[in-house]
Ligand binder design. Structure first.
Ligand code: NDP
Ligand code: ZN
Length: 353
């Protein structure tokens, strides 16, 4: 089969590979639609997960089942399915402990385009099919379904990690597609004021659509100064980090009220240490909590998030700014994600009708 791959750090291209083999619990899928992710860019051009040779990229897709293993109960060839970016081994001890994303080791629930070939191939191998696939509802178009693989669950996980409660004031740092879904997730969880940090006009417009009440530009002075000005020097209850660098944590801590919580879903592609400012962290006693996490993945989460789209509570169409038709356009879509033109939120490639 053909796939679009990371050849080595800094290099991508089309390659031929053996078809994936379906184990008893697995499924083989052919893609209906695919989307590249900022994480693919970190993986290839920043070497964020280390060297990978001839590994097919991508972890966001929906598809049609072409084969299932002998022990798969709930899916059959011909089913159209949602596929999460994170596909845990649900019988692992880590999953039983509530950390499915770390099944088999730290971050090891993230298999596509990390430990095995990703979804930018003619055929895709999905482990633990009953635990990880979900039927694609009739009312959700395949392009939008791709947003359910990673953007929605990751952005929403930021809102879970920051523990957003009714009436909370929330700062969302970064309003690319992930941060936009953190804005939407905070809004659904009952946040009051939502301060959104970003500069691309298309993202600012979408942030307002998803519930942001105030926009902050990190290019116009320190974020903390702008947040303090807007909150009469009090700061915010919660911060979600969905963009920036290792230094963004210091800004997040500075913006937070005592007892506040930070949820990070940003992928730290470089830098050795995350620094926490001593005084603003209450000289070690400010009860400011910091959590960073990979999204959980799996079938139940896919089904629940899809229901939000089906019943009209979450409109994903605003995330998709560029649409391509034909598998060969995966390369163009990935390059768009690398270059991030000012009118881009998310590109999607339709492979099959
Ligand atoms: P984008 O690059 O589209 O968005 C990044 C956002 O951060 C933009 O709004 C950008 O502003 C803003 N930003 C850039 N620099 C700074 C800065 N110095 N201070 C504050 N804000 C800044 O990324 P995505 O939304 O696609 O992804 C966000 C992150 O989430 C990535 O690191 C990605 O790898 C990660 N990720 C994590 C996953 C997980 O499971 N934890 C899964 C998927 C993605 P501007 O408007 O100027 O561009
Ligand atoms: Zn992703």
């Amino acid at each position: 089969m053909k796939g679009f791959a990371m050849l080595e750090i800094g290099k991508v291209g089309w390659i031929e590979k053996e078809n994936p083999v379906c184990g008893p619990l697995d499924a083989i899928i052919k893609p209906i639609a695919l989307a590249p992710c900022t994480s693919d860019i970190h993986t290839v051009w920043e070497g964020a997960v280390g060297e990978r040779t001839d590994m097919i990229l991508g972890h966001e897709c929906c598809g049609e089942v072409v084969e299932v293993g002998s022990l798969v109960k709930d899916f059959k060839p011909g089913d159209r399915v949602l596929v999460p970016a994170i596909t845990p081994d649900w019988n692992s001890l880590e999953a039983q402990a509530g950390y499915s994303m770390h099944s088999g080791g730290m971050l090891a629930g993230w298999k596509f385009s990390n430990f095995k070939d990703g979804v930018f191939g003619e055929l895709i191998h999905v482990n633990d099919a009953d635990g990880n696939l979900a039927l694609l509802p009739e009312g959700i178009e395949p392009e939008e379904a791709c947003m359910l693989s990673d953007m929605v669950p990751t952005g929403f996980h930021g809102a879970e990690l920051a523990d957003i409660q009714f009436g909370d004031t929330v700062l969302v740092i970064g309003i690319g597609p992930v941060g936009l879904m953190s804005v939407a997730g905070s809004n659904l969880r009952g946040a009051s004021r939502i301060f959104a940090v970003g500069t691309r006009p298309v993202c600012i417009e979408a942030a307002k659509f998803y519930g942001a009440t105030d926009i902050i530009s990190y290019k116009e002075g320190p974020i903390v100064e702008q947040v303090m000005k807007l909150t009469d020097g009090k700061g915010v209850d919660k911060v979600i980090i969905a963009g920036g660098t290792v230094d963004t944590f210091a800004e997040a801590v500075e913006c937070l009220k005592p007892g506040g919580k930070i949820g990070n879903v940003n992928y730290l592609g470089n830098g050795d240490y995350v620094k926490i400012p001593r005084v603003e962290w209450g000289v070690g006693m400010g009860h400011k909590q910091i959590q960073g996490g990979l999204m959980p993945g799996g079938r139940l989460r896919m089904e629940k998030l899809a229901r939000l789209v089906e019943c009209g509570k979450l409109d994903l169409s605003k995330l998709i700014t560029h649409r391509f038709e034909g598998f060969e356009f995966v390369e163009d879509a990935l390059m768009l994600m690398k270059d991030k033109p000012s009118d881009l939120i998310k590109p999607v490639v339709r492979v099959e009708k």
